[in-house]
Design a protein around this ligand. Structure first.
Ligand code: ATP
Ligand code: ZN
Length: 649
């Protein structure tokens, strides 16, 4: 293997490779490629963690896994398969989540550096914080379709993973989902919400019934609907309770969601002045056609597989009936009031979503979709491409050499794009950036501004949605800076459960209140400055949208003059690179992946890393593209990087 053969690697790198101990987080698409590269490079002590087991759908690209491995832990099988490439390596495999408390700061300290090969923001952000706490370099990576990235993060030297705010998931206004869908994705999202309301973790923000507070509906005509609302029996009980009350009778469910509720929507006649009104369906006289008989998919129907053809409405109703019956039984079998978790790979759950979304599409005159298409939209499936993973895995190892040598200023960010840019490059190399002093994670005194709707924000929402989901904490403790140290949230199980449903305003939280948050596991402290939404703002806000907004540090919104004058600006960045950067946010739970046009927001301005004069440690100059021209390529920046990448001397 490379490190065992003298002369293959430069001597200094060979020595560093032989003596380093490294940690790979994730043994999926990128993780498999990476592990194979690492053993072939001759790293001797490799640890790898993954929480998952192997699924059939992994086999087309996660080539360390074979059919006989399905169901076994990814990390264990990855280890066994990689050892076949080079048995002269120590691999330690953990079948576990990296967010478990036992992987603490001391655990991280044993490594020379850490490599992320993950697929979600929470785990990425967690590892970022652990590496900052342990002061261990992190190589972050990701791939999504043809896009990929590799970036380096080193405490106090480069920006951290959270220094740049990444685009968030694309969401749809609640009234579009509940009242006026116009695209298949609206019906798919509604169906996922319906699944959760009936069988899963019901979320008040995912209501599926008509929204009579829709500003568009509120007019003299819409008032009729508002008035009849009180007569709607189901408005007083939750959708779950109502469904339980009628024993999940599929016909009754069908009638409510696809007839009663639609008639109710029709009564909000303001909504239909400029739109085609929906058509309620009757279980006993279902049309025989597919939602749009002119669709090319339906014309091809006879020769297609079940997954590829678009089901006629009568078939959708039949599938709806069967899937409701099975899901009802599964829910009954759950112990201790457990609920079902929606999973794109669960056939019955997918049948339910396909049937519901196509029935709803029919009602609203939206073109239908095949089960295959709906699965990819509902599960945010972006085809994983083996070659992108391979390229990312390769770049990680090339980057690892620079990390081992602590050549931070050479650790450019790499973005793999899906088309060549103006300079005819498929790979975009971006300057390594110094930490953002205002970063809410690695800044000296991390602070953030949180705007909340006092009438809606409960303690539980603050914990689950803001701290854990948005701010990626794992086990937060929160104290109000009110002079008495009132504990609002405790990481100790059960300690603050009883106040979870209380509104935060009951704890005298007002404009300017400061909340001290502390995640002991991540060694992370954050002060949240509360800003209250004005009544006007809260009133205008779509009720199905979250009742909070993370504003960041307000002072960050206005860059300092000095920053503007001297530093690289985000707007200079190649748009393709921004698209690739969005890959980092390809969370499992996204509804729709960040689109290329979504801008990457930056907290403050970016600061290119200053190059240090080797040996003396004094800053040489700001490393700027224009200062290092390359006659050969006309792109000093990338040429420079290529040379650095290929020529290891
Ligand atoms: N908290 C975590 N701890 C350990 N491993 C994790 C954690 N979160 C995600 N992973 C692992 O990261 C890997 C990411 O790989 P990849 O993106 O190829 O996903 P996948 O689940 O294998 O594929 P797909 O999502 O396309 O089915 C997965 O194997 C996943 O189990
Ligand atoms: Zn940071």
């Amino acid at each position: 293997m490379a490190s065992e053969i003298n002369g293959l690697l430069p001597k200094d790198i060979q020595d560093l490779v032989l003596k380093s101990k490294i940690f790979v987080v994730g043994a999926g698409g990128v993780g498999c490629e990476l592990l194979k590269n690492l053993v072939l490079t001759g790293f001797k002590d490799i640890h790898i963690i993954d929480l998952d087991t192997i699924e059939v759908s992994n086999l087309n690209r996660q080539f360390l896994f074979r059919r006989e491995h399905v169901g076994r832990p990814k990390s264990h099988v990855a280890k066994d398969s990689a050892l076949k490439f080079n048995s002269n390596v120590n691999i330690t495999a953990y079948h576990d989540s990296i967010t478990e408390a036992k992987y603490d700061v001391n655990f991280y300290k044993q490594y020379s550096f850490v490599m992320n090969a993950l697929d979600n923001r929470i785990a990425r952000s967690h590892v970022n914080r652990m590496c900052l706490a342990a002061d261990i370099p992190l190589i972050e990576s990701g791939s999504s379709g043809t896009l990929g990235h590799v970036t380096v993060h080193k405490k106090g030297v480069t920006e951290c993973f959270d220094c740049t705010q990444r685009p968030h998931q694309k969401t749809f206004p609640g009234c579009t989902i509940r009242n006026t869908p116009s695209d298949p994705i609206h019906c798919i999202v509604w169906s996922k919400h319906l699944f959760n309301q009936l069988f899963g973790l019901a979320d008040a923000d995912e209501d599926v019934s008509p929204d009579s507070a829709d500003p568009e509906a509120i007019s003299s005509a819409g008032k009729a609907a508002l008035e009849t609302e009180s007569e709607q029996p189901i408005s007083r009980v939750s959708t779950r309770q109502w469904a339980q009350g009628c024993e999940y009778d599929p016909q009754k469910l069908f009638h409510k969601f696809f007839n009663d509720d639609i008639n109710y929507l029709l009564s909000m006649d303001n909504l239909w002045k400029k739109r085609k009104p929906p058509t309620p369906l009757d279980w006993n006289s279902l049309p025989d056609a597919v939602a749009s008989s002119s669709s090319s998919a339906s014309r091809r129907a006879p020769i297609l597989l079940k997954d590829q053809r678009v089901w006629p409405i009568a078939e959708c109703a039949e599938v709806f009936k069967k899937s409701v019956e099975i899901l009802k039984k599964r829910l009954e079998d759950e112990k201790d009031g457990g609920v079902l978790i929606w999973d794109k790979d669960d056939d019955v759950a997918m049948d339910f979503i396909t049937a519901c979304s196509n029935i709803r599409s029919f009602i609203f005159g939206i073109y239908p979709k095949s089960r295959f298409d709906i699965k990819s939209m509902a599960g945010n499936i972006i085809p994983a491409i083996a070659s992108t993973n391979a390229i990312v895995g390769g770049f990680i190892v090339m980057t690892a050499f620079k990390v081992l040598k602590e050549d931070w200023y050479k650790c450019n960010s790499v973005y793999i794009q899906n088309r060549v840019n103006v300079r005819k490059e498929l790979y975009h190399f971006d300057q390594v950036m110094a930490p953002n002093p205002k970063c809410y994670v690695c800044g000296e005194k991390p602070e953030i501004v949180l705007k909340i709707d006092l009438e809606r924000m409960t303690v539980r929402m603050l914990n689950e949605k803001v701290l854990k989901k948005e701010l990626c904490m794992i086990a937060p403790d929160v104290e109000i800076e009110d002079g008495c140290g009132t504990i609002l949230i405790s990481s100790e199980e059960g300690e603050t459960d009883d106040i979870g449903d209380k509104l935060v305003k009951e704890f005298k939280i007002v404009n300017g209140t400061r909340l001290r948050c502390d995640d002991f596991l991540q060694n992370y402290n954050l002060v949240i400055n509360i800003v209250i939404m004005s009544e006007e703002e809260a009133k205008d806000r779509d009720k199905s949208v979250e009742c909070f907004e993370l504003v960041g540090d307000r002072s960050l919104l206005v860059p300092k003059e000095e920053d503007q004058a001297t530093n690289g600006k985000e707007s200079d960045k190649d748009p393709d690179a921004k698209e690739a950067e969005a890959v980092a946010d390809d969370d499992d739970d996204l509804e729709v992946i960040a689109m290329p046009e979504d801008d990457v927001k930056v907290l403050g301005t970016k600061r290119p890393l200053e190059r240090k004069d080797e040996g003396e440690g004094t800053p040489l100059k700001k490393r700027k593209l224009a200062e290092e021209p390359s006659p050969a390529s006309g792109s000093a920046y990338c040429m420079d990087t290529e040379v650095e990448t290929i020529d290891l001397d």
